[in-house]
Structures are given as structure tokens and as C-alpha cells.
Design a protein around this ligand. Structure first.
Ligand SMILES: CC(=O)SCCNC(=O)CCNC(=O)[C@H](O)C(C)(C)COP(=O)(O)OP(=O)(O)OC[C@H]1O[C@@H](n2cnc3c(N)ncnc32)[C@H](O)[C@@H]1OP(=O)(O)O
Length: 196
């Protein structure tokens, strides 16, 4: 039977939005964990369902590994208004926000955030702990690397690859492949600076 208890690791704005979805999914007792404020994560806490709700992609990836290694059960949360193809596949620790669309053949990596009203078209591959921000739109067959971020309102045409760890700025239009670990923005998106 599904538990009604959930830990949410991260008590900021993103965590609050995640909590709304968790309540809709039937979680009645939500315990926020936050290493900076309030109750800290501790491997000796009673084991149970958990979701990591930290916006920073690299930090979220690290914490997903930590909680799994400590024996907690990462879950997925999908808002009931999201439209998900039965032929999409999901890792674990994924959050899908209201009004998002994930179409057939899409593959969503562990810890990814598919944020509000974003569109992940057919056969896209979303990497581990990547973040598709609100209203970002990916045409078919786009690959978004691990920990990469498609900024709010950005889009990418079909078949492109966004490198691991890269950030696509708000409102950008990606028409060519993007290397790993760069910040890029504009229409067409151009590399602005390197991150690594
Ligand atoms: C629910 C949620 O909140 S989810 C989170 C959603 N948030 C996002 O999507 C944020 C995406 N982030 C951005 O767009 C950021 O601006 C970044 C990452 C592209 C750039 O950040 P930084 O590297 O810190 O650049 P910085 O802010 O210093 O700006 C550098 C220059 O680029 C310009 N610039 C920054 N972002 C953009 C953009 N998206 N489009 C066009 N120009 C931009 C700035 O105006 C500035 O220009 P100037 O030098 O002429 O003044």
C-alpha cells in the first residue's frame, strides 16, 4: 500500500510547489528537510518515500544519490493536469509540474524537473537531473544532457543535443547543438560563457 508520509528535501519555493503536487497524489504527512533551515536530513530518520526538491541541478543529483544510498525511496510526482504519453518512460525522483506535456517515446532521466507548461515532444531524451523550465518547448528527438537547464520560455528545434551541464537562457531559440557546460542565450542561441 502506498505510504501517506513523504519527505521533501528542500523547503524553498520549488519545494512548496512540489508539496502541492504531493498532496494531490495522496501524501497527507509531509516533512520538509532542509540542511540550511529547520529539520536537516539525517540517514537515521525513519525510512520512507522522499523527493529532492532543490532547483540546483548538480546539488539535486548529489542529494538524490545520498538519500538513495541511505535507504530512502525516491518517488516520482506528476501533477494530474500534465499530459503524459503511455509510451514515455521515466526514471525515479522526477517531478512533472502542472500542464506539462510529455509525448510518445520521450525518456525522462532520474531527478529531472519537467516544469510548468513545458513541452517535451516525441522521442526526446532528458538527462539525469536536467531541468526543463516553465514553458520551455522541445521539438521531437531533442536530447538534453545530464544537469542541463532549458530556461523559462526557451525552445529547441528537432533533433538537437544540449550538452550536459549547460544552461539555455530564458526565451532563447536553440537552432544548433549546444556544447557541454556553457551558458547560451538569444535567438538564435549563442554561447555566452563557459561554466567548467
Ligand atoms: C519556477 C522557476 O523559477 S524555474 C527557473 C527559471 N529561470 C530561468 O530560466 C533562468 C534562466 N537564466 C538566464 O536566462 C540567465 O540570464 C543566464 C543563465 C542566461 C545568464 O546568466 P549570467 O551568466 O549570470 O549572465 P548575466 O545575468 O550577467 O547577463 C549577462 C548579459 O546577458 C544578457 N542576458 C542574460 N540572459 C539573457 C537572456 N536569457 N536573453 C538575452 N540576454 C540575456 C544580460 O542582459 C546581460 O547583458 P549586458 O551585459 O548587456 O548587461
Amino acid at each position: 500500500m502506498k505510504s501517506s508520509n513523504l519527505y521533501i528535501y528542500g523547503g524553498g519555493g520549488h519545494g512548496q510547489v512540489v508539496a502541492d503536487i504531493a498532496r494531490l497524489a495522496g501524501y497527507r504527512n509531509i516533512c520538509f528537510l532542509d540542511d540550511a533551515h529547520g529539520r536537516k536530513f539525517d540517514a537515521s530518520l525513519p525510512k520512507g518515500d522522499i523527493i529532492v526538491a532543490i532547483g540546483n541541478n548538480a546539488v539535486r543529483q548529489r542529494l538524490c544519490k545520498k538519500v538513495t544510498a541511505a535507504g530512502f525511496r525516491l518517488i516520482n510526482l506528476v501533477h494530474p493536469s500534465a499530459i503524459i504519453s503511455p509510451n514515455a518512460t521515466f526514471g525515479i525522483g522526477v517531478v512533472v509540474m502542472p500542464l506539462a506535456v510529455v509525448n510518445a517515446g520521450a525518456r525522462i532521466g532520474d531527478g529531472a524537473i519537467i516544469n510548468t507548461a513545458s513541452v517535451v515532444e516525441h522521442d526526446c531524451i532528458i538527462g539525469v537531473c536536467a531541468h526543463i523550465c516553465p514553458r520551455a518547448a522541445l521539438a521531437g528527438n531533442v536530447t538534453v544532457g545530464d544537469r542541463a537547464q532549458m530556461g523559462i520560455g526557451s525552445c529547441a528545434i528537432q533533433g538537437l543535443k544540449i550538452g550536459a551541464g549547460s544552461i539555455v537562457g530564458a526565451g532563447s531559440v536553440v537552432v544548433k547543438n549546444i556544447a557541454s557546460d556553457v551558458v547560451t542565450f538569444g535567438s538564435p542561441a549563442q554561447v555566452y560563457r563557459k561554466l567548467a
